[in-house]
Design a protein around this ligand. Structure first.
Ligand SMILES: O=C(O)C(=O)[C@H](O)CO
Ligand SMILES: [Mg+2]
Length: 255
């Protein structure tokens, strides 16, 4: 069975962000991930993580103005300076908190626009170089257009092409089973084929993004496939509990 990380952006919303670390540890999680730590000083986040005895699996680079609808800046022409600043901030936080992986969000931009594509490539190269110097892994994640309309990176093969073009061993794919199923299906074959390039995996039920094992996929078989490809990282539980975090944790106990 894979090792699971609690996603503290979606789970444990019953308590404030900083208290979610202890809450996750009390429920038996040994690792956590979340979207953004930047509302808190990095030292404070690191202290909560350590006090709870948890490993950090991953977090995202600053996404731009989230409340205004921004979902990353890597593919946004004209925002290169903001992207570079966000990258610096993410690396500073990563060093203090100790994450092995950063997720670079692409942003909302037309997927076929040549200027957006060039901007994305240039920013990806910058992020590959900076994370490489810092000894941190970098991942990119295809996201479905129902959850994020207009998201630039909306295709798994395209993500694989970007990763292959960069030819950097610390740049990998964030394989979110939920997005894969909505975008393309064929989840287990994709896990097998993309295995060497997978740096992080996330899970949720489809279509409602609730607890694993409650949706249209056979998640037990997916976990077996993840083991079979030799994946050693965490599987992030990036789901919205259907009826309370604690009330919904039975799926893990039943595995
Ligand atoms: O939405 C997802 O699936 C993610 O993993 C992101 O990090 C951001 O929304
Ligand atoms: Mg995800």
């Amino acid at each position: 069975m894979p090792k699971f990380a609690a996603n503290l952006t979606m789970m444990f919303n019953e308590v404030p962000f900083l208290d979610r670390f202890a809450a996750a540890a009390e429920c038996g999680f040994r690792a956590v991930e979340y979207l953004f730590p930047y509302d808190q000083p990095a030292e404070v986040v690191a202290e909560r993580l350590q006090r709870a005895g948890l490993a950090q699996a991953l977090f995202n680079m600053p996404p731009g103005d989230w409340t205004a609808g921004e979902r990353g800046m890597a593919a946004l022409p004209g925002r290169e300076a903001d992207f570079a600043q966000a990258l610096d901030m993410a690396i500073d936080y990563a060093k203090v908190i100790g994450t092995p992986l950063l997720h670079m969000m692409a942003g909302v931009a037309p997927a076929a626009d040549q200027t957006a594509i060039k901007t994305y490539r240039d920013n990806l190269k910058r992020a590959v170089d900076r994370t490489g110097e810092a000894g941190i892994g970098l991942v990119i994640e295809p996201i479905n257009g129902r959850d994020m309309p207009g998201y630039f990176l909306n295709d798994f093969e395209r993500a694989i092409d970007f990763i292959s073009d960069m030819d950097a061993s610390h740049l990998k794919l964030q394989f979110d089973v939920y997005h894969r199923q909505i975008l393309h299906g064929d989840v287990i074959m994709a896990l097998r084929q993309m295995a060497p390039l997978i740096g992080h995996i996330q899970i949720a039920s489809v279509p409602d993004r609730h607890e694993p094992t409650t949706g249209e996929l056979d998640d037990r078989r997916i976990f077996a496939a993840i083991d079979a490809i030799g994946y050693q990282g965490y599987v992030g539980c990036e789901y919205r509990p259907a009826d309370g975090t604690l009330e919904g944790l039975g799926w893990m106990a039943r595995l």
